[in-house]
Write a protein that binds this ligand. Structure first.
Ligand SMILES: C[S@@+](CC[C@H](N)C(=O)[O-])C[C@H]1O[C@@H](n2cnc3c(N)ncnc32)[C@H](O)[C@@H]1O
Length: 302
């Protein structure tokens, strides 16, 4: 990503959560604060961008008399994993907290608002957000500008994870390696090299106590092959490449368990598009459903 500026994919995913919160019913995921962290010009720029994208990919729909919010909602459908991964993570995190987990580490947090939305957990859960310094500095400003207060249980750990390991970053954060933790790593694996993925998993393994869990989303490696690119998918890939956050990595879902076992993790749950559809999207009248590339994994430190 661009060294000097906040991640633009983090802004885009927050925009999607805000749009979904404002316009979709029923809601897959309720992010009541994502909108507050976005600048007016970002909202306007992204709305324009998604409407133009719809006009290219589906001119018939773009020219229909549907209102703007509905049209933007259609254009955002290719990113629907953003909602499913956030919902799944917070559902599993709630279970982990019930089981006594006291620390939550959000790797590549972007404009995640969990800590801001859950003042009820201030006395029970330490939340450590690790992110690129530029994205994190921008988030701090946005929180202040929105008139929101930083919760005392939220700790920022700025780091460039291409230069520093998770274990190094956590060693200077209020993180207790002797206690199990819940880790999320959402919207990040697809942007890393295979080496960086392996290094992150090894480092996490070295600092996470037994009983810790990690949730992450990933691309099915097959969709990266040029012959498997649909028009929608190649338009997403091209857009993120142009803003300097190219999607380059995917796992093979059928080999994931063995690959993770080799790194010291036990695959607890692996969800593909059909599983996610059954879990969160069944019976929707608006046709919102996961795309073929949406995959989530939940693993335990073995
Ligand atoms: C697509 S965003 C995902 C944000 C959030 N997890 C979500 O689901 O909306 C990718 C995140 O990874 C972070 N990131 C990318 N490269 C990084 C690096 N080298 N070191 C630390 N964070 C990085 C970005 O700053 C951004 O917050």
């Amino acid at each position: 990503m661009d060294e000097g500026r906040a991640s633009r994919t983090a802004i885009a995913t927050a925009y999607f959560r805000a749009h979904h919160y404002g316009h979709a019913n029923p809601k897959i995921f309720e992010d009541s604060l994502a909108g507050a962290l976005l600048r007016v010009q970002e909202r306007e720029g992204l709305e324009k961008f998604f409407l133009e994208r719809l006009a290219t990919l589906n001119p018939g729909l773009a020219g229909s008399c549907a209102d703007r919010a509905t049209l933007v909602g259609h254009a955002l459908r290719g990113l629907v994993v953003v909602l499913a991964r956030a919902r799944y993570t917070e559902d599993r995190l709630a279970e982990a907290i019930r089981d006594g987990v006291l620390q939550y580490v959000v790797i590549g947090a972007g404009l995640d608002t969990f800590a801001l939305r859950r003042p009820d957990l201030q006395d029970r859960l330490r939340i450590i957000e690790i992110d690129h310094p530029a994205t994190q500095a921008s988030k701090r400003l946005r929180i202040g500008d929105a008139g929101l207060t930083l919760p005392p249980n939220l700790h920022f750990a700025p780091a460039d994870l291409e230069k520093e390991s998770i274990a190094e970053v956590l060693s200077r954060a209020p993180y207790d390696p002797a206690q199990p933790a819940f880790f999320s790593w959402l919207g990040v694996t697809m942007y890393l090299t295979e080496d960086a993925i392996g290094a992150t998993l090894r480092s996490l393994r070295s600092t996470a106590a037994a009983g810790s869990q990690l949730v992450f989303d990933y691309l099915d490696r097959a969709v990266l092959a040029p012959e498997n690119q649909s028009a929608t998918r190649s338009s997403i890939f091209e857009t993120v490449r142009r803003i300097g956050e190219s999607m380059i990595f995917g796992f093979d879902p059928s080999a994931l368990g063995a690959e993770l076992a080799a790194q010291g993790f036990r695959l607890l749950e692996s969800l593909g598009p059909e599983d996610l559809e059954k879990l969160y999207f069944a019976g929707r009248a608006d046709g919102l459903r996961p795309t073929g590339s949406a995959h989530l994994a939940r693993v335990a430190v073995a």
